[in-house]
Design a protein around this ligand. Structure first.
Ligand code: MTE
Ligand code: MO
Length: 255
């Protein structure tokens, strides 16, 4: 992955040479930290256009969409929610918004929907193509009225991993985040269907994120909340995601 990111960045640097990378103010901003450098150059590949993840024909859909990480949520509350078909599941929209909300699945299904057939790439070395359906995150954020200080969206999840030595096990919640560019990207959706069916529990029922330009671990499953924040510093471990906090994964996992 490291090498791939490097190649993407190197390719972008090359292409950007024909563009406006010489502009010192813009370049200064982009090279402000290695991660921002990668992120800026990844975006520069599109020459200012929105870069879209490839979309496929339905015939390319994988016969089985593998599940990875947590395949269910080990709490009584989740088991009860599953038993009632997630009828009372709520997605909270909170933080730096004018109109905080608690959205039901009905609310989410009543919004304009996007369906996309995309390839999911996991860092562990497998990929699968699936068709995802749900409202664009931008629709939800526009309705919520994002305030000007907003810089990131935090995705809260119902699940967790137990970590630490046997005598000091602690529950560490899964979460993820993205910047406003990815949040407003047309392919960033809150999915409630996989391959035309209700999202299976193993794949994050009843709601999971799809952030198609980034690696698998960014696509938060068992979504309970969308939180609009100015900084990630005070959120959980401060690195912007579960794997980023516990294992040093890159926050910007562009592919
Ligand atoms: N809440 C939550 N989201 C998660 C995970 C998880 O364990 N919990 N695993 C991540 C990883 S590493 C991958 S590859 C994908 C797997 O999605 P899938 O189970 O639908 O294949 O979900 C991501 N999102
Ligand atoms: Mo993954």
């Amino acid at each position: 992955m490291q090498r791939r990111n490097f190649l993407v960045a190197a390719g972008a640097a090359f292409l950007a040479g024909c563009n406006e990378i010489g502009d010192s103010a813009w370049f200064g901003k982009v090279v402000d930290g290695a991660q921002n450098w990668h992120r800026g150059l990844h975006r520069a590949l599109g020459g200012g256009r929105i870069t879209m993840a490839p979309e496929y024909d339905r015939s390319a859909i994988s016969p089985v969409f593998r599940a990875n990480g947590n395949r269910t949520v080990d709490t009584d509350a989740y088991r009860a929610a599953e038993a009632e078909g997630f009828a009372n599941w709520r997605l909270s929209v909170s933080g730096l918004v004018d109109n905080p909300a608690e959205l039901s699945l009905e609310d989410i299904e009543a919004m304009p929907q996007r369906t996309q057939v995309t390839r999911h790439d996991c860092v562990e070395g497998w990929s699968a193509i699936g068709e995802w359906t749900g409202p664009q995150l931008s629709t939800i954020l526009e309705a919520a009225g994002v305030q000007p200080e907003a810089n990131f969206i935090v995705f809260r999840c119902a699940d967790f991993f137990m970590r630490g030595p046997a005598d000091n096990r602690r529950q560490v919640d899964y979460y993820e985040s993205c910047d406003m560019d990815d949040a407003m990207h047309p392919q960033t959706i809150v999915a409630h269907q996989l391959n035309g069916e209700t999202l299976p529990v193993a794949n994050g029922a009843p709601l999971r994120m799809r952030l198609e330009r980034q690696l698998g671990y960014k696509h938060a499953k068992y979504l309970t909340g969308i939180e609009v924040v100015a900084s990630l510093d005070d959120i959980n471990g401060g690195e912007g995601g579960y794997w980023e906090d516990v294992a040093g994964y890159q926050w910007y996992a562009g592919i």
